[in-house]
Design a protein around this ligand. Structure first.
Ligand code: AOF
Ligand code: ZN
Length: 357
């Protein structure tokens, strides 16, 4: 199952709106098939593993990170494929909450006389597939907030100088994180200030995550790297209501997708942004700032994971804070996260935290 989980992770960022599932077929002491959900979500993991195993699937045990599907979509159900291939036993990490499956995959397998076990490494699978489950339950993608800052939590000097606070190893890790998310998201201020490409580079992959820019008035530069790379690298623009057509049209013509969002005071409502991205099919979003936008997300309790890269320098109170205002009065109101990883990364420190729910 550990291998199935690691295979599943290969599809992360590239399987949405489907979950990135992994499957291993074992016959006796030999692995006869390995599969993961393919780009765009199909074929499913089991189908890939079964094709690899061929006749050796007969009598094999399948380890799958998610309950095999039971519905006829564009392809027949994986439960049927496992039955037809003569698989003897199926071990499942997590059951599927998609109402088209939800226990029916397991029932199908058992009805066909296959031994089914569930719950092996379930916690790991629930975490890996949490974006998919969250979108089903609440209609929004899972959000990872990234922060690369000085020891004192600053992301730039007062004059806006920010390259480079953290080193190359941390930057490479960021590209790996982008790769495993469906989309990379920033607020309009960051897009204006940095003209960031928000692409995955030097990782040996061709697939690019979708870029999401949140900007109330869509007052973004219509030139530069970001603009020029649409639509080769897909872009979704989340903007406020009632913008004039001559603001919207150039972006639409350039190939960007436009998502109109509600306002919360003078800002785009972050709940509305994430619902819009969920409607679009996104399950995992990687947010890279800026500070005001990150503050709004945290204030709305919409951040599920924190990834921090901390550099050994201090920029003082005159430096720009990593997180903007959150409207907090008491410590008890601050969302708490649990540490899941920490290690040196080049000259910096990496830390990852999961929201305590
Ligand atoms: C599996 N193995 O690798 C994945 C599954 O739109 P469809 O027909 O591709 O079905 C999507 C649903 O199938 C999705 O909501 C989830 O319940 C399941 N995903 N199932 O057996 C897989 N990715
Ligand atoms: Zn399936």
């Amino acid at each position: 199952m550990a291998l199935a989980l690691s295979l599943g992770r290969r599809g992360m960022g590239n399987a949405w709106s489907n979950p990135a599932v992994g499957c291993v077929l074992v016959h006796g002491a030999r692995i006869v098939g390995r599969g993961w959900t393919q780009p765009g979500g199909r074929p499913h993991a089991e189908v890939v593993a079964l094709a690899q195993a061929g006749p050796e699937a007969r009598g094999a045990t399948a380890f799958v990170t998610l309950e095999p599907c039971a519905h006829f979509g564009k392809t027949p159900p994986c439960a049927n494929a496992l039955i037809e291939a003569g698989v003897a036993r199926v071990v499942i990490a997590a059951t599927d909450t998609d109402p088209r499956v939800a226990g029916q995959g397991i029932a199908k397998l058992r009805d066909a006389g296959i031994a089914v076990e569930t719950g092996l490494m379930e916690a790991e699978a629930l975490e890996d597939l949490s974006g998919f489950f969250l979108r089903l339950a609440k209609g929004r993608p899972r959000v990872t907030l990234k922060l690369a800052s000085s020891f004192d939590g600053r992301i730039a000097t007062a004059s806006g100088e920010s390259q480079w606070i953290t080193g190359p190893a941390a930057r490479r890790h960021v590209h790996g994180m982008r790769m495993r998310h469906d989309a990379v998201m920033v607020g309009g201020g960051t897009a204006r200030a940095d003209d960031p490409q928000l692409t995955v580079r030097d990782m040996g992959v061709s697939h690019q995550p979708t870029r999401v820019i949140v900007s109330r008035k869509l007052d973004l530069p219509r030139a530069g790297r970001m603009w020029q790379s649409i639509p080769e690298v897909p872009m979704i623009l989340c903007h406020g209501p009632n913008l004039p057509e001559d603001t919207l049209a150039p972006w639409r013509d350039q190939g960007a997708a436009l998502v109109e969002c509600a306002l919360d005071g003078r800002r785009v409502d972050v709940h509305s942004v994430l619902q819009g991205l969920g409607d679009h099919g996104l399950t995992r979003v990687f947010c890279e700032g800026g500070g005001a936008f990150a503050g709004s997300l945290l204030q709305a309790d919409l951040v599920d994971e924190l990834v921090g890269y901390t550099a050994g320098l201090a920029l003082g109170a005159e430096g720009q804070p990593a997180i903007g205002a959150m409207g907090l009065d008491a410590l008890a109101e601050a969302p708490r996260f649990d540490l899941v990883e920490t290690r040196p990364i080049g000259p910096d420190v990496l830390h990852r935290w999961l929201r305590r729910r």
